[in-house]
Ligand binder design. Structure first.
Ligand code: ATP
Length: 374
């Protein structure tokens, strides 16, 4: 089970350069959170601050009673073992094969026997789809495999919190989609609290329970994925659309002259037709994986927020949930059909059978379309 990470009033500078100030957020236990932000806004610095590798000047990061910013090194070092870290480049030792790279934290930080280490390493390599690749060295494998090896290494110490720094960097869209699914499956299996730093809008809109965004030295958004995607804030909307138009410029922020020029250009264009907000379905665990308990807790929090949201956002959340439930029903039907095919292939005389169509989970009353009864 994952544990909560509570960040309060965190401020970090290097010399005269303020990276971010007064950042307050909570990574809810067992949920997946994505941290977005233009390049150079200090996302990696934030990850390093959570594990006490970088010390902010102000604020606290509390992990089960330990303050990773202000407590003595001994306590911070012990608490750091509860984190699993997946670095951008995989951070593999080039001279060690994958097995030894993944075994490294166990040999370094535990007194486990080689037999126990072998069991754990092979299990984690299997989890990330690298079974049989133990002897390869990092130079012999693709970027996607290196990422998965990095994830396997992050998992060997049974972390309660997993931090992933740009897990998708350098990956093609198909491998990024596989990695997204893998992260969701890992979350379903071990219920760890996860924080993923990424620029990838597809990951941000379909993977996490929560989204945070850093911009101009502030945390400008933090909340459930649905409410952030439905936000009308121009910075968030521009980032999620990946559009050059808006307050975010080439060097993080645009100057006033450029913004005024853009506004004048926009005023001369016909107004675009307002489109309804769309909240994509969230990825679900693969068939055979457990349900994510983080997802259930997250849904309850979103329910509590609904009455305070603008009508359009609440409606978009309702449609998003219907889409997620429909996607789940389609996946369940496909799984059932595959199981039927497998069963009939092994039977000499298949019997025709009828099955009721899978039902999506019931929606809470405020999500039901008008006139629909449960
Ligand atoms: N140890 C350090 N000493 C001085 N400045 C640093 C240090 N580490 C990071 N910085 C500065 O902090 C700023 C934020 O860096 P960081 O790598 O956290 O940004 P980021 O949001 O992760 O960027 P990207 O999305 O491009 O990876 C940069 O200006 C960087 O130069």
């Amino acid at each position: 089970m994952g544990i909560e990470v509570a960040v309060e009033g965190l401020t970090k500078s290097f010399g005269t350069q303020t990276i971010w100030r007064d950042v307050t957020l909570t990574l809810p236990a067992g949920e997946v959170t994505v941290l977005l932000g233009p390049s150079g806004t200090g996302k990696t610095v934030f990850l390093k601050s959570l594990i006490g590798l970088i010390k902010p000047e102000d604020g606290t990061v509390r992990v089960d009673g330990v303050d990773m910013v202000n407590d003595p090194d001994r306590r911070v070092f012990r608490a750091r073992k509860r984190f699993g870290l997946m670095f951008q480049d995989g951070a593999m030792f080039g001279s060690l094969n994958l097995y030894d790279n993944i075994a490294f934290p166990l040999r370094e930080h535990t007194r486990k026997t080689e037999r126990e280490i072998r069991r754990i390493v092979l299990e984690k390599m299997d989890t990330v789809g690298l079974a049989g690749e133990e002897k390869k060295v990092p130079g012999q494998i693709s970027g996607g495999m290196r990422k998965r090896a990095g994830l396997a290494r992050a998992l060997v110490m049974d972390p309660e919190i997993i931090l992933c720094d740009e897990p998708d960097s350098g990956l093609d869209p198909v491998r990024t989609a596989h990695l997204s699914q893998l992260l969701i499956d890992v979350n379903a299996r071990i219920d760890a609290t996860m924080l993923i730093v990424t620029h990838n809008i597809e990951i941000a809109s379909t993977v996490p329970d929560n989204i945070g965004m850093l911009y101009r030295r502030d945390l400008v958004a933090f909340g459930p994925r649905e409410t952030v995607i439905a936000s009308e804030d121009p910075v968030i909307a521009q980032f999620l659309r990946g559009s050059p138009e808006g307050p975010i410029g080439m060097s993080e922020e645009k100057d006033a002259a450029l913004l005024a020029e853009e506004a004048a250009r926009a005023a001369n264009r016909p107004r675009p037709v307002a489109r309804p907000i769309e909240i994509p379905a969230q990825l679900r665990p693969s068939p055979g994986e457990p349900e994510r308990s983080g997802e259930i807790r997250h849904a309850a929090r979103v329910d509590a927020l609904l009455p305070s949201l603008p009508h359009a956002a609440a409606e978009a959340i309702r449609r998003g949930r219907v889409a997620t439930a429909e996607a789940a029903a389609v996946a369940a039907a496909a799984q059932q059909a595959a199981a039927q095919r497998a069963a009939s292939a092994s039977q000499p005389a298949p019997q025709p059978e009828t099955h009721p169509a899978p039902q999506p989970p019931p929606l809470p009353p405020e999500f039901r379309p008008p006139g629909e009864t449960p």
